[in-house]
Ligand binder design. Structure first.
Ligand SMILES: [Zn+2]
Length: 406
């Protein structure tokens, strides 16, 4: 463990059971934890301006190395002053390594596998070769042949100028057998060493590096990976890869993995962010989450809501909302709910008006921000268990916060 204070300082200010609240000090400013990190995949949190994202209370966004490599390219972004300046964002930025996307091209993504969807066919966006040095693939943008390996990934993230870079890793598919996963984890560890060596030599001084713990659903592999990555000079630990077929299996894998991690550095659960997953992750001691859920749901006319029996969401396209004058969620403090009805958003969604997507993105992001904000307050007050129970039981996050003391 390195945890270099020049790059990153992590202060844990309160603990409640395994849950912790704290502050991440980065070059771009502080980030209160536990935090949810919206995805700015292609240099934008889809449909919103950077200032709108900041106004929602967010202090960090996640940029995608893979997509930004293909367009507009890291050299262009570096020449324009780095990703923060390019996208007009004043807060902190974490970049992923591109590993997840590039291996999704080869293996299909986890959701596709579990839902039985086909993998992407060969052609544009196809992987040509996976080797010890990295992955050769075809760009989905222009069909050109490209390469991404540990050193390339770190160089791109350096050019993007993020506050936190993630080490290059292989995200093993759910269908991979134990032997493949074991060999893949070993390679991911060798890639971590190469990423750190490159960063030590040529990386920006202010940039922190998180290592990624892999191992699929296998307890012994997760344990070995947690030990190996924790022993490396990293500034934080991320949990990646296949976490299981369903939420029960995922919680088992996450709980077991978090228990193996160094307690003094930030812990990031990659790609997870549904309301129940957030409170369950926070309960076992996760500090950071990122996920496409709030913006992806918005594009499908779905609103987050305190509905535990309906995966905490509902579909605005349903006919019953055509004349519904209520806000998306009664009492929601967001700008969308303050000014607009379900009927209006139902109509905009049916008409495929962009404003509908924007209004839902604002609400969904505000909902998750309130949820993690409430969790921080509850942890500081020593009442997180009650907060978690209320959120899981269907209390809206803003009420679970004010009512937890009663
Ligand atoms: Zn709202």
């Amino acid at each position: 463990m390195r945890a270099d204070p020049e790059r990153l300082r992590f202060e844990i200010t309160a603990r409640d059971g395994a849950a912790r609240a704290g502050r991440l000090h980065l070059g771009a400013g502080p980030v209160e934890t536990p935090a949810f990190i919206p995805l700015a995949t292609r240099g934008t949190v889809r449909s919103l301006t950077s200032s709108e994202v900041a106004e929602l209370g967010y202090e960090m966004v996640l940029g995608n190395t893979f997509h930004l490599l293909l367009s507009p390219g890291p050299d262009r972004i570096a020449a324009l002053g780095g990703l923060r300046r390019f996208m007009g964002w004043r807060g902190a930025i974490i970049t992923d390594s591109g590993g997840f996307q590039v291996f999704s091209l080869a293996h299909g993504n986890v959701a596709d596998e579990i839902k039985g969807r086909r993998r992407r066919s060969a052609g544009a966006g196809a992987v040509l070769e996976i080797g010890e040095d990295g992955v050769r693939f075809r760009s989905y943008v222009d069909g050109s042949e490209r390469f991404l390996g540990p050193e390339d990934s770190m160089a791109i993230q350096a050019a993007l100028g993020s506050d936190i870079a993630l080490a290059f890793d292989e995200c093993t598919p759910y269908h991979a057998d134990r032997d493949y996963t074991a060999r893949s984890v070993e390679r991911t560890h060798r890639w971590l060493d190469r990423c750190l060596a490159w960063h030590e030599r040529a990386g920006p001084r202010h940039q922190a590096v998180f290592g990624i713990v892999q191992g699929g659903v296998h307890e012994d592999l997760r344990r070995q990976s947690a030990e190996r990555v924790s022993a490396a000079p990293v500034d934080g630990l991320a949990i990646g890869g296949t976490l299981g077929r369903d939420k029960d299996e995922m919680r088992g894998v996450v709980g077991m993995t978090v228990g193996q991690l160094d307690a003094g550095v930030p812990r990031h659960l990659l790609g997870i962010g549904e309301p129940d997953d957030l409170v369950e992750g926070i309960a076992v001691g996760v500090d950071l989450f990122d996920c496409a859920v709030p913006t992806r749901l918005a594009r499908h006319a779905m609103a987050l809501a305190p509905l535990p029996d309906a995966r905490f969401r509902f579909d605005l396209r349903r006919a019953k909302f055509a004349g519904d004058q209520a806000p998306l969620v009664e009492g929601c403090p967001c700008a969308t709910c303050g000014a607009h009805t379900r009927a209006y958003i139902h109509y905009l969604s049916g008409a495929e008006e962009m404003t509908g997507v924007r209004l839902l993105a604002v609400h969904n992001l505000a909902y998750l921000e309130r949820l993690v904000h409430g969790a921080r307050e509850a942890i500081r007050a020593g009442r997180f268990a009650g907060y978690r129970e209320r959120v899981l039981g269907g209390a809206p996050p803003w009420r679970a916060l004010t009512e937890y003391g009663r």
